[in-house]
Design a protein around this ligand. Structure first.
Ligand code: FES
Ligand code: FES
Length: 158
């Protein structure tokens, strides 16, 4: 079957068997290796993408379900070759160690904080409950998200 969708703002068309997951198609057909495969059963969050702007586990999403929809991976966050300010905050706060969890964490955090400006640390931690990180202990990740959230809120003004 043919599935058409938008990937990071670009229209894509793939020929695929209907039982394949979005994660398989992203990685093995389209070479989007930034979508990570961890558990492959919906438990770790490494494969998180935004589907029409909401986080989704691409390892649990059969590719026919993305027909006509918008898929965003972490590569879709850059603008004009520059990192998204949330990514810059991760770098500044040392929130990336091995980096395996980072694409999924960034996408979940972006979605959550944009919906919940001014979220506190505990709320940010809870929002990341489905994104496992085995390296950082989460403190630096929350530091980075909180700092970006405060700056974005201040720039948006009263
Ligand atoms: S690889 Fe999809 S949730 Fe773990
Ligand atoms: S930075 Fe290694 S799993 Fe999170």
């Amino acid at each position: 079957m043919i599935v058409r969708f938008t990937l990071n703002g670009r229209p894509r068309e793939v020929e695929t068997e209907p039982h394949r997951t979005l994660l398989d198609v992203l990685r093995d057909t389209l070479g989007q290796l930034e979508a990570k495969e961890g558990c492959a059963e919906g438990a770790c969050g490494a494969c998180t993408v935004l589907l029409d702007g909401r986080p989704a586990s691409s390892c649990l999403t059969l590719v026919p379900l993305v027909e006509g929809r918008r898929v965003t991976t972490v590569r879709g966050l850059e603008r004009d070759g520059r990192l998204h300010p949330l990514q810059e905050s991760f770098v500044a706060h040392g929130a990336v160690q091995c980096g395996f969890c980072t694409p999924g964490v960034l996408l979940t955090a972006l979605w959550y904080v944009e919906k919940n400006p001014g979220a506190d640390r505990e709320q940010i931690r809870q929002a990341l409950g489905g994104n496992l990180c085995r390296c950082t202990g989460y403190t630096k990740i929350v530091d980075a998200i909180e700092a970006w959230s405060r700056r974005a809120t201040a720039e948006a003004g009263p």
